[in-house]
Ligand binder design. Structure first.
Ligand SMILES: *[C@@H]1O[C@H](CO)[C@@H](O)[C@H](O)[C@H]1NC(C)=O
Ligand SMILES: *[C@@H]1O[C@H](CO)[C@@H](O)[C@H](O)[C@H]1NC(C)=O
Ligand SMILES: *[C@@H]1O[C@H](CO)[C@@H](O)[C@H](O)[C@H]1NC(C)=O
Ligand SMILES: *[C@@H]1O[C@H](CO)[C@@H](O)[C@H](O)[C@H]1NC(C)=O
Ligand SMILES: *[C@@H]1O[C@H](CO)[C@@H](O)[C@H](O)[C@H]1NC(C)=O
Ligand SMILES: *[C@@H]1O[C@H](CO)[C@@H](O)[C@H](O)[C@H]1NC(C)=O
Ligand SMILES: *[C@@H]1O[C@H](CO)[C@@H](O)[C@H](O)[C@H]1NC(C)=O
Ligand SMILES: *[C@@H]1O[C@H](CO)[C@@H](O)[C@H](O)[C@H]1NC(C)=O
Ligand SMILES: *[C@@H]1O[C@H](CO)[C@@H](O)[C@H](O)[C@H]1NC(C)=O
Ligand SMILES: *[C@@H]1O[C@H](CO)[C@@H](O)[C@H](O)[C@H]1NC(C)=O
Ligand SMILES: *[C@@H]1O[C@H](CO)[C@@H](O)[C@H](O)[C@H]1NC(C)=O
Ligand SMILES: *[C@@H]1O[C@H](CO)[C@@H](O)[C@H](O)[C@H]1NC(C)=O
Ligand SMILES: [Cu+2]
Length: 596
């Protein structure tokens, strides 16, 4: 019997599902019940995860699905109660449902149940949820769309269409009906790369590279709304197609659900206007391509203002590290104008940046700005109480007989401030709440233990071996934190999409090379920095974020490249309770799975 827990992570909040996966009974399709409860709305959705047959790339196999579907209908929410007492925090005071295993909870015992609760505060736009244990998120994920409150407009002209018709399948209650939108035109959230390992078994890929110490196998395909598209075998008949009407404006809600790849994305002959990311609005940003990190969401508008015809949507990886092998295929979908007459010509293909075009990647990401309007103000911490510099590095660990498949027979690892995260066997939240000692230490360093030329070309290999430990960084309630992520060139420099649970943060600056504390802060954007939950730290560069620690609890921070999490690129913050009851963590739910 292999024990397995599944965590469902929602960007900004996290939902957890625990189940036990029995390998012995692998021939019987399995079903796991779970429930997601969304507080502050009348809407709740019951779903179950189960294995189902699935055919892609000329091959059928059994994969984990939600309700037997590979592409899950988005949850549509309108939050029309007042915001909770705290502004700008996520899953406020309630880390209990944030759930990465052994960080905020322990796996659920056979036959046990655990209800997940999402607490909304000020999020608006697109978020998503996904499995957060092993690599199950490859197939178990979906969008969450949060509309403006009733009577409150979008900060841009309302698009003509954006609703998926599959909305009718959802078990939602009456409040949804109050949102009056004509659903006859359908362009749904482009849920990118909803599956990549069609030929290989994704959990086997995980076990394999963790055992060998090498890189994981590349995925087999990338997808848009579950379909690889015309450039893959046995796929053309099912390529995702969107029908649009000339002259109308459409909203695309996009998430990069790929496991290990940042992506470039574009539509042939059409410019797009980005209006939001990670559940917060941005200033309109016109661009002919988009860069999106794993874990990130982007909302954009596009106007069907071209001649009647067919146009490709295409997406492919951005990868800055030539030494790694990766899936460099291109996934496509088709936008077809109403009135299009069948012809033999191919849809218009977009121009996408080169696969290693770092400047295209950072130009896009670095152009995002908060809306920072009266209706959507920002609140950037100006007086900083805690300054941190965290290096994010790829590392190596020794391997018996140098028989591993990492560099020079070693085993790959990854670290934050030279600590590769050692997962405890009871959850840090349980240990913190129950004052259990010996589970974690509170000595996570504020600065790298060693200062060297982090981004130099040939670093001394003796620097490559990290410490292995379970240390947390403790914050006082209301601490205002500036955290600079410093990429290093240890082993091999690469972009790291860093994600913090329980908070959104302002991205106030970034650059290439080493962060310089006397010079770089002078260039910070404190006027309209974007509010994000995942930010790609550029290869051999740095990124500065600011946030207020007003969400008491235990919060994971990690790189959103799955292989880097698997290698230990994680750290944990504990934010202590404040002085008043409403500044304290809420009590655990009665069905919290026990750790022993
Ligand atoms: C799934 O596919 C396998 C092999 O093709 C087949 O034996 C099985 O009956 C299928 N199961 C379902 C539920 O369709
Ligand atoms: C879990 O929930 C299911 C469905 O509601 C119920 O049948 C079962 O008894 C519950 N199990 C436990 C251990 O509470
Ligand atoms: C929605 O669209 C349909 C079909 O185009 C049209 O018949 C209907 O009147 C529209 N409803 C509203 C409320 O605009
Ligand atoms: C990984 O790729 C290798 C080479 O293509 C293949 O032999 C192996 O079976 C793959 N591993 C898994 C788990 O599919
Ligand atoms: C993908 O990578 C392979 C191996 O590096 C290379 O041969 C191929 O040309 C690449 N394909 C594209 C579309 O870049
Ligand atoms: C990108 O790859 C091409 C071809 O492999 C190479 O010539 C070029 O120098 C690379 N660009 C960067 C920025 O690494
Ligand atoms: C990125 O921006 C710089 C400065 O604006 C510009 O020189 C460069 O051409 C841009 N690169 C791409 C790929 O857009
Ligand atoms: C690398 O570091 C080790 C240990 O600090 C030192 O002995 C060695 O001289 C260094 N090598 C180089 C080339 O700097
Ligand atoms: C990380 O810590 C190990 C053990 O103390 C040390 O050997 C190594 O040089 C350190 N590396 C860095 C980059 O600080
Ligand atoms: C870290 O140390 C623990 C405890 O000694 C050990 O169980 C674990 O395997 C180590 N992890 C790595 C990646 O070496
Ligand atoms: C940091 O910037 C200051 C001001 O430009 C400069 O004098 C100093 O040399 C820089 N430090 C490093 C380590 O580059
Ligand atoms: C935290 O900040 C809020 C808003 O500024 C303030 O009302 C509250 O008293 C502060 N709490 C603590 C414990 O500092
Ligand atoms: Cu990373």
């Amino acid at each position: 019997m292999m024990k397995k827990a599944m965590a469902l992570h929602v960007v900004g909040f996290l939902v957890f599902l625990g189940f036990i996966h029995s390998q012995a009974a692998a021939s019987v399709p399995k079903t796991y019940n779970y429930e997601i409860k969304i507080q502050n709305t009348d809407i709740c959705t019951l779903k179950y995860v189960k294995e189902a047959n699935f055919t892609r790339l000329c091959k059928s196999k059994r994969i984990l699905t939600v309700n037997g579907e590979f592409l899950v209908p988005p949850f549509m929410l309108i939050e029309d109660k007042p915001s909770l007492l705290m502004h700008g925090v996520k899953q406020p005071r309630y880390p209990w449902s944030d759930g990465p295993e052994f960080i905020t909870q322990c796996p659920i015992k056979p036959g046990g149940n655990f209800s997940q609760k999402i607490i909304l505060s000020d999020e608006e736009g697109t978020l998503w949820w996904h499995a957060h244990s092993d690599w199950s998120r490859a197939t178990v994920h979906g969008l969450i769309v949060i509309f403006p409150k009733i009577g409150r407009p979008y900060p841009f002209r309302k698009p003509d269409a954006e609703f998926p018709i599959i909305l009718v399948n959802m078990k939602c209650k009456k409040r949804r009906q109050r949102y009056k939108t004509n659903v006859s035109l359908i362009l749904i959230g482009v849920q990118m790369h909803a599956g990549e390992w069609f030929r290989q078994d994704v959990e086997a890929v995980l076990l394999d590279f963790m055992r060998t110490g090498g890189d994981p196998n590349s995925s087999d395909a990338l997808t848009i709304n579950g379909q690889p598209g015309d450039l893959y075998p046995c796929s053309t008949a099912e390529t995702t197609k969107f029908i649009v009407e000339q002259g109308k404006t459409y909203m695309i809600r996009m998430v990069n659900a790929a496991m290990n790849l940042l992506m470039f994305w574009a539509i042939g002959d059409h410019e797009v206007t980005v209006v939001g990311t990670d559940g917060a609005y941005t200033k309109p940003l016109k661009s002919d391509y988009v860069t999106i990190s794993p874990g990130q969401t982007i909302d954009l508008l596009f106007k069907a203002n071209q001649p009647i015809g067919r146009y490709y949507i295409a997406a492919k990886p951005y990868n800055s590290q030539p030494q790694i092998s990766f899936d460099n295929t291109t996934t496509t979908a088709i936008i077809e104008y109403k009135g299009y007459k069948k012809s033999s010509s191919h849809p218009v293909f977009p121009h996408l940046p080169k696969v290693n075009d770092t400047s295209a990647s950072v130009n896009f990401t670095g152009s995002l700005r908060s809306l920072a309007s009266r209706a959507h103000p920002i609140d950037v911490p100006m007086k900083i109480t805690k300054n941190f510099l965290f290096t994010v590095s790829i590392n190596t660990l020794p391997c018996p007989n140098n028989a591993c498949l990492g560099p020079r027979g070693l085993r790959f690892a990854a670290s934050v401030n030279n600590i590769t995260f050692d997962s405890p066997s009871i959850s840090i939240l349980d240990a913190y709440h129950g004052r259990i000692t010996g589970v974690y230490g509170d000595d996570f360093p504020s600065f790298p233990p060693l200062f060297f030329d982090f981004t130099a070309a040939n670093l001394n290999r003796s620097l490559q071996t990290p410490l292995n430990a379970t240390e947390v960084k403790v914050l006082e309630f209301n601490d205002t934190v500036e955290l600079v992520f410093q990429g290093t060139n240890l082993v091999a420099g690469i972009d790291h999409p860093m994600h913090l649970h329980g908070h959104s943060f302002y991205v106030v600056g970034w650059g290439f090379g080493n962060f310089n504390r006397s010079k770089d802060p002078l260039g910070y954007n404190l006027v309209d920095p974007p509010l994000q939950q995942t930010i790609a730290v550029p290869k051999n560069g740095w990124t500065a974020i600011r946030f207020k620690a007003d969400n008491p609890g235990v919060w994971l921070m990690h790189c959103h490249l799955e292989r880097h999490i698997s290698w230990g690129m994680e750290a944990v913050f504990i934010t202590k309770n404040g002085s008043r009851p409403e500044e304290a963590m809420l009590p655990p739910p009665p069905d919290m799975p026990p750790c022993t």
